[in-house]
Design a protein around this ligand. Structure first.
Ligand code: HSE
Length: 410
């Protein structure tokens, strides 16, 4: 069966490599039918590459070739990926993608187009890289009412935070290393500012709760303000800082956010380090389940893309019925309405400020770190609505807030 790959970057080249590496296994799974990468679309030239003869720069050749039944989109970005994917589906080709931006922004439309044309649109690689998580949610957990999903959804930021925690490496050096290893997005802003994790929690939320969730409606905060000082205070609290994507039912609405969060050492999430991701799902029948694996990287992500290609090849002429409703206005509640406790690092007169904090919040947990300046202090508040906690923080006059980070109890 002929397929085409759009984009010959980290993921696209990985897809070609996995198909070649595991050719026999894949062919056996397909009852003897071989997957043949007929075209690779890329504007760049790759002289000397083993797939050089397959590289073309005209998308229409792929679109108009009736023998190409499946297209793997690994270009990234919204345009022209959306137009290309949409045209392929309308031309009767199934499409698989690793492109989270595309699924988070246009998933509802593309799934509908796939249904109308009796083909499939699959995107396992868009969340958690190589971790099987979307298919288990769609299929294995289909008998559950899922009320919460959360996780470490970005390998680059988890790699950076792990380097800060274990090697006291600076944020900048750790980011450089992540880029060298090919984990980061082309523009790492999407990783470090949380946008990539936001797209992934939107996809998870849509699958778990049945309606599209647009990234712009989800409160998103990255890790650029996290310092080694915070890492040390949180160590004294018995935990670590992780960038988490979270979505939870809140009546007939949902709460959803991406933020750094304090996680206790006893949490399964605290042991997820380096480029690894983990996704926790809470179902009303199954209870809590966790999915863990490499969330970024060429071969891990390609593994998920190729799994989708095989699934599409096994379902030619049959739409699998994956889909969700259009986004509902106001479906995501404001972050001020969510329950949390806050880690606070501040400078000011330490003793009197901590006394004041006790008066305002009640039972605070005071934290410490080695070699802290005289005028620096840190504490964790009791739980409350975030909006109310922030109002109380404003009463802590005479101090300068240096860091405020939410805590979670997964
Ligand atoms: N830049 C992404 C990450 C790649 O670091 O997780 C995988 O989506």
């Amino acid at each position: 069966m002929d397929i085409a790959v759009l984009g010959y970057g980290v993921v696209g080249s990985g897809v070609a490599e996995v198909i070649s590496l595991n050719e026999k296994k894949i062919t056996d799974k397909l009852g003897g039918e071989r997957i043949n990468v007929k075209y690779i679309l890329d504007l760049r030239k790759f002289p000397g590459d083993k797939n050089e003869d397959k590289i073309i720069d005209d998308f229409n050749i792929i679109l108009n070739d009736g023998d190409v039944k499946i297209v793997a989109e690994a270009m990234g970005g919204l345009h022209p990926a959306f137009e290309f994917v949409s045209s392929c589906l309308k031309a009767g080709k199934s499409v698989v993608t690793s492109n989270k931006e595309l699924v988070a922004e246009k998933g509802d439309i593309l799934l509908e187009t796939a249904k109308e044309n009796n083909v499939n649109f699959m995107f396992e690689a868009s969340v958690g890289g190589g971790i099987p998580v979307l298919r288990p949610i769609i299929q294995c957990l289909a008998g559950n009412d899922i009320d919460e999903v959360a996780g470490i959804l970005n390998g680059t930021t988890n790699f950076i935070l792990s380097k800060m925690i274990f090697d006291s490496m600076s944020f900048e050096d750790a980011l450089k290393l992540a880029q060298e290893k090919g984990y980061a997005e082309k523009d790492p802003t999407a990783d470090i500012e949380g946008f990539d994790a936001c797209r992934k929690i939107c996809i998870l939320a849509a699958l778990c709760f049945g309606s599209h969730v647009y990234p712009k409606t989800v409160y998103t905060e990255g890790i650029t303000k996290i310092t080694l000082e915070d890492v040390e205070y949180v160590r004294s609290w018995g935990g670590v800082i992780k960038l988490l994507g979270r979505a939870k039912k809140a009546g007939d609405k949902i709460s959803a956010m991406v933020t750094p969060a304090l996680v206790k050492n006893s949490s399964i999430l605290s042991g997820v380090n380096g480029v690894y991701n983990a996704v926790l799902v809470r179902g009303n029948a199954v209870g809590d389940v966790a999915f863990y694996g490499q969330g970024a990287g060429k071969m891990a992500t390609a593994s998920a893309v190729v799994g989708d290609i095989i699934d599409c090849a096994q379902n030619i002429g049959k739409n699998k019925g994956i889909g969700w409703n259009k986004a509902a206005d106001g479906a995501v509640i404001d972050i001020s309405e969510t329950e949390t406790s806050l880690y606070v690092r501040a400078s000011g007169c330490k003793d009197s400020s901590l006394e004041k904090a006790k008066e305002i919040f009640g039972d605070i947990t005071v934290l410490s770190r080695d070699n802290a300046p005289e005028d620096e202090f840190a504490f964790v508040t009791p739980e409350g609505k975030e909006g109310a906690l922030r109002e109380k923080l404003e009463k802590l006059d005479g101090t300068e807030l240096l860091s405020v980070i939410r805590t979670v109890n997964y």
